[in-house]
Write a protein that binds this ligand. Structure first.
Ligand SMILES: Nc1ncnc2c1ncn2[C@@H]1O[C@H](COP(=O)(O)OP(=O)(O)OP(=O)(O)O)[C@@H](O)[C@H]1O
Length: 386
């Protein structure tokens, strides 16, 4: 057993945080019967606290269904939080309505996962990329057309293609169109939800590099949500690992990959193919997690990961470990962390068992009435205006 060492001050938020999230919760109610009474809830996001610093990329990673997309939609205020607080540049935006959020939409933009469904097929590229100007009532210097063409060029598309339709473009090009639209209003924070997972592997690197270049050029701050650890490693400065609606580890990229401290992080990393297994953080053995991801409708007591953790003890079943600073620049929610400060990395004692497949809550117990996002994407609002 390992005693945790708390380093005072490490959990304190960065004073200059662009975005500050505190105790964020989103529960989707499950209603049943004639009276549509709430019988349970999908606890998609269950108490997240983190900061995003100006100019950095925070990667958010975790298995399917752990609440990554819900978190992205909460911080861009496309969903109404159940509880908690979201501050953007020091302003509380947790419960701002559509009208009050409108000016902030210029600063907070989202890039969606699927470049096929996120672009209106009946609109030209010019109309799509210029939609944010229309919605905000903004006329860029030099006119809308010139600005859209500049944006198309910025993301590596031919500005002459202004009048073409989405179906005339490949998946990678469509994602570039989505990126151009997100950048139109010169946002400060861009939240990208699985920005490359719908693309061919050969195209993924191009789009990832484009996001990187744009960040340098425009001083953007990113929150990038992905299940793919290779993508997250490439783009992120810091990484938050999520499991069943909670952050289990938050650390600088290098520290996280070289010496993961949460057993779940270690297991996730052990599944990433690396050219030289000796370079894999925390040892070269592949850790095969036992069992399925439990349902977020009734998550396990204590540490949510205890049902699949090879280090779990009685304490883990009853006592929820708080997310605390265990080393400079890293927070971990575990009673028995891996690679604790002062010990050599790789002492995991992992016992390989069978791999589990995630069970989405909707399959585990189908909510009769899924809550719809309170507010829709720019593109869907744009199409409604037609
Ligand atoms: N509108 C909704 N109504 C009910 N449950 C929902 C709704 N949206 C998401 N969920 C549930 O919340 C949980 C978290 O979903 P979310 O999409 O945020 O996870 P994720 O980590 O992004 O997974 P994926 O990568 O598969 O999208 C899942 O169990 C999902 O089924």
């Amino acid at each position: 057993m390992t005693d945790t060492v708390k380093i005072p001050g490490q959990t304190a938020p960065a004073p200059d945080a662009l975005l500050k999230v505190d105790g964020l919760v989103k529960h989707f109610p499950i209603k049943k019967g004639l009276l549509r009474r709430q019988t349970a809830a999908v606890r998609a996001v269950d108490g997240l606290s983190f900061d995003v610093r100006p100019g950095e990329t925070l990667g958010v990673v975790g298995e399917s269904g752990c609440g990554k997309s819900t978190m992205g939609r909460l911080i861009t205020r496309l969903l109404e939080p159940t509880a908690g607080k979201i501050e953007f540049q020091g302003h509380d935006i947790t419960h701002l309505g559509v009208g009050a959020m409108r000016p902030l939409r210029r600063d907070i933009q989202m890039i969606f996962q699927d470049p096929y469904s996120s672009l209106n097929p009946r609109h030209t590229i010019g109309t799509i990329v210029s939609a944010p100007f229309k919605l905000q009532g903004v006329t860029p210097e030099g006119g809308v057309r010139a600005e859209v063409q500049r944006l198309l060029e910025l993301v590596g598309l031919n500005p002459e293609h202004y009048n073409r339709y989405p179906h005339e473009f490949s998946g990678g090009q469509r994602q570039r169109i989505g990126i151009a639209r997100a950048l139109a209003l010169k946002p400060k924070l861009v939240v990208a939800d699985e920005p490359v997972s719908a693309l061919d592997v050969s195209i993924q690197a191009q789009v990832v590099n484009l996001l990187d270049d744009l960040q340098d050029e425009l001083g953007l701050t990113y929150v990038i949500v992905a299940h793919d650890l290779s993508v997250i490693r490439h783009v992120s400065d810091r990484i938050a690992v999520m499991y069943l609606g909670k952050i289990v580890e938050l650390a600088d990229r290098t520290a996280l990959y070289e010496s993961p401290m949460h057993p779940y992080t270690k297991a996730l990393l052990s599944a990433v193919p690396v050219p030289d297994p000796r370079r894999r953080g925390g040892g070269s053995e592949r850790i095969l997690l036992k069992g399925d991801v439990p349902s977020p409708i009734a998550p396990p007591s204590g540490c949510r990961f205890h049902t699949r953790c090879w280090k779990a003890t009685e304490r883990c079943k009853t006592e929820e470990p708080p997310l605390i600073a265990l080393a400079p620049g890293r927070q971990v929610a575990c009673h028995h962390p891996e690679n604790p400060p002062g010990e050599a990395s790789g002492a995991s004692g992992a016992v390989p068992v069978e791999i589990g497949k995630p069970v989405p809550a909707k399959e585990a117990e189908e909510p009769e009435e899924a809550e719809q996002p309170e507010e829709e994407s720019e593109e869907s609002r744009e199409s409604e205006e037609e």
